[in-house]
Design a protein around this ligand. Sequence first.
Ligand code: ASP
Length: 515
Amino acid sequence: MTIPPSELSPTDIPRPPDPSDPTPSPESKKPWYLQIHTQILLALVLAVAVAGAMRGAGDDAAFEVTLPEEGRVAAVEQVKALSMKAGAVAAEPTDGAIEVRGDVGAFQVAMSDLKEAGYSVEVASAPVTYEVFNFIGALFLRLLKMIIVPLVLASVVTGMLGIGDTRALGRLGIKTLIYYTATTGLAVFAGLLVVNILQPGTGDVEGARALMESAKPPTLAPTPLADVFLGIVPTNVAQALAKGDLLSVIFFSIVLGLATVTVGERGRSLAAVFESFNDVIMKITDWVMLTAPVGVFALLAAVLLKTGFGLLFDLGWYMIAVVVGLAVHAFIVLPTLLMVLGRANPLTFAKAMLPALLTAFSTSSSSATLPVTLDSVTDRAGYNRQTSSFVLPLGATINMDGTALYESVAAIFIANLYGIDLTLGQQVTIFLVASLAAVGAAGIPSAGLVTMIMVLKAVGLPLEGIGLIAGVDRLLDMCRTTVNVWGDSVGVAVIDRFEPAARPGEPGAMGSSES
Ligand code: ASP
């Protein structure tokens, strides 16, 4: 039964907590084990345990390859070789077919390689548990994606209503761009520092070299940067909304919000519609968040079942370099900025942001995490909605500290593997291009791997290198996406501190009279 709007009193409409309201949010009144961040954390630990146990117990899957009549002997050899390369085992041929068996990862690689080689394959025993986890994870991702476009539209427009005029927006825009540029630069610098000290890809790297020989060159091409900028202005708003083109949606929402304020009285009813739309979308976000522990568990368990833990060893030193670089940025650089510029306690802030950070980790997508990031920054950390609704959607699309850092480390690793010595000038080029490539990377899984092409081309490194690091990309993507979202969140805390709208004495609103 629906209630006619006229019967709804203003108090029936759930409103997000006001940072100046000292009442603790319902979330913090729950016992620790029912709080969303504890549940997501437990879900991640459980996923590692379940995937580890299942791989140990050999969650095998199998498919059958039909052998051609002609050249059967050669075909058997080829099927065996391709299966072995993927880590699967091919049995002896019976009745013109061969059974190939392996764990989920090997099963999928062998099947796609054999299909590519022209064989017809049929699944004999599907990796059921993996498929169930994959399905639940995909469902959770779809729920998150479902709310991104309406959320960005509603939150950016209402944010603009609060900001009020183009001068205030200009000031916020400039502060945001300064923050993004500075932190991305610091991230690449941290990456270059760590990779030059650890030097992955030199020394005993036989395992990695062998993997490189079988690497396929990438087939996707990144969007040229000029097109990324041009694409900000949509030619068709409906299409931009339908395609989920976030930069265009943000641009249009900013213009729409500002125009609504500018027309004054005549814009009132539209403003009221957007405000109520925003509240409703935030409620849906809360509902989606309730499914996060299950979704996160399923996503991580599926990834671990598929990639396994084995690859970690062949490319171990490279992965360590990326993770150490990310850790330097996430645990030293950003918290320092948070304390010094944002005057906030990094531990308290990180705890409030935990649902967003863990969702970023398990989805590998800053855009998909955006609803959770907005929810955590405003409802859990108590920051100003106007600042966050401008800084976060933009950050999720263009501010990627983790990706920029990762691309610089990966480029130097590839250079080392090929025995190419990079000059200081080339490292400066990597610094600049990796920062730009991160701007061009969308907030979706593996986007950084595609824009990596720009970095390699800029310094003349072989593109095949990407095929090599693609094998471990998913795990590193999870880590760099977490840092991307952490960088955006710290951005809200820092920028909000310099916003006049922030309220003195409140979290995220300390020291407000600077500008
Ligand atoms: N997955 C990352 C993100 O969404 C982008 C990347 O691939 O680095 O933030």
